[in-house]
Design a binder for this molecule. Sequence first.
Ligand SMILES: Cc1cc2nc3c(=O)[nH]c(=O)nc-3n(C[C@H](O)[C@H](O)[C@H](O)COP(=O)(O)OP(=O)(O)OC[C@H]3O[C@@H](n4cnc5c(N)ncnc54)[C@H](O)[C@@H]3O)c2cc1C
Length: 444
Amino acid sequence: MDSFDTIVVGGGFKSVAAAWALARQGQSVALVEQGPKIGGFLSPIHWDGYWIDKGPQFFDNFEPSDAEMIEDMIGPDVMQDIGFEYGSYMAGHLNSDFAIPDWQSLGDDVAVEAFEALFAQRLEEKGKPPEFANFDDVLRHDGGPVLYPRLRELTRKFIRRDPEEVSPRTRSMVSYLGRKKLFDQDISLDLKKSAFMDSFLAARKVSVDSARVNLYPKGDSLERVRRALEDALDRAGVTVLTETSLDVFDAETGTARGSGAEIGFGRVIFGTDIRETERILTGGTTIAERTHVLPEIFHCFVVPAESVVAPYYVVDYDTGHLSSRITNFLNYMGCVDHEGYGVICVEEPVDLNDAHWSDPEAHIDRIFSEARETGAVSAESYRKAKSFRVPATYKFPLVGIEAAVETFFERMDARFGDKIVLPDPYALTRKEAIDDLRRLGILS
Ligand SMILES: Cc1cc2nc3c(=O)[nH]c(=O)nc-3n(C[C@H](O)[C@H](O)[C@H](O)COP(=O)(O)OP(=O)(O)OC[C@H]3O[C@@H](n4cnc5c(N)ncnc54)[C@H](O)[C@@H]3O)c2cc1C
C-alpha cells in the first residue's frame, strides 16, 4: 500500500494549490480527483474549436503576494493582469462602468427617493445594522423601502429561491447588494467624502483598490491554466490519482479506501465542496439540504468580433429577461477565428424541473435578442449557437446552514481530530480559497 504524509481530496484550484504547497514543503502528497483530469470548475468547455470558460472566471482581487504565489506555481508566462472591465444593464440602459445595478436608470426621482429613504434608515440605526434572520431581512435593510421590492425580484431571477428561504450570508455572493449607484459620478464622489455615505453609495472605480489585480491568461482560455496546474503538480512531485474516489477513512490506522485504491495517510485535506465532503465522510445530506445549487444554461453564440462591446461581461438586471450575464470572451480569450468571428456566452439561471432545462435550445433566439437588447452585441444574428447545461454553478446557503455546518465540523473533529482538514465551507472565490489555505498554515 502506498502511503503519503497528506492526501488531498479533489482536483479543483483549491486542492491543487494545497497539494503543490505541501509538496514544496517536502511532504509526500497524493491528490485524488474523481474525474478524468484535474481543474474542477475552471476546466473549460471545448466546442467547435473554441475553448469556452464557464462564465467570467477571474483570478481577481489578488494582492501582489497572491500573484507572486501563482507565478511561482504555474510560471511567469501564463497569466497577466487584465484589469477590471464590466457592465450592467437595467431599464433599457447599458452601463459600462459598473457590474452593480445602475439604479439611476429607473429615473432620477426613483434614485433620489431611494437615497433619502436609505439615508434616513441608516441615520436611525446609528451604525448598528439590525440582525438578519434570513436574506429577506438583508434585502429590506440593503434596499430600503424603495429598492426592496426590486431586490426581491432580482433574488428570484439570480438565485431562483424566495429570499425568506435563503441564508443572510448569501449577501457576499450576489452583485446587486452593497454600495449603490444612484447619482452621476461627480455628485457621487462629492457625497462619498462623508464616510457615512461612502458606506452605501458607489462611484466608478473608487471602490476598486488599485493594488489588486485580475489575472487571466490573456488571449487564451483557462485550459492554459489548467494544464499549467497539471505541470506544477508534476514538478512538485505530487502523485495525482484521477478517476479515483475514496470513501472510507480510518483515522486509527491512517488508511483510506475506495474505487479500488487503498492509501495510507498522515492527514487528509478535503478540497471538495462541503456537501460532497459530508457525503464522503458520513453519507449524510444535512448541509446539502440547506443549500440551493443553481443550475445554469450557458448559451454560446458565434458572432462577428466587431459586433461585441468592450466590457468583459455585462450583468443583466432586467427581470423580464431570462439571461443573467453576457460574457464577452473576445476581449481576453483567443476566441476570434481567422474570419473575425468569436464567442459570447449568455448565462441563464434555471430550475432543474424547468422546461428550459430539458430543452435548452428551444428559446435560444429569445436569449440572443435579449443580449442584443442590452447592447452587449450588435450583430443582427449569430452564425452558430449551442447551449450547454451546467447542473451545479453557485451554491447558495439556505437558512439553517450554519447550524448544520457547525454540527458536522464538531462531529468530524471528535472522530478525526487533526487527521483531517476541512477548509472554510463558505469561501467562494479563489482569493478567498488562498486566504483560507494561509489561515490553515498550508500556504505561506
Ligand atoms: C459561474 C461562476 C463564475 C465564477 N467566477 C469566479 C471568478 O470570477 N473569480 C473567482 O475567484 N471565483 C469565481 N467563481 C468561483 C470559483 O468557481 C471557485 O472559486 C472555484 O471553482 C473553487 O475551486 P475548488 O477547488 O474549491 O472547487 P472545484 O473547482 O469545484 O473543484 C472540486 C473538485 O473536486 C472533485 N471532486 C468532487 N467530489 C470528489 C470526490 N468524492 N473525490 C475526488 N474528487 C472529487 C471535482 O471533480 C472537482 O474537480 C465562479 C463560480 C461560478 C459558478
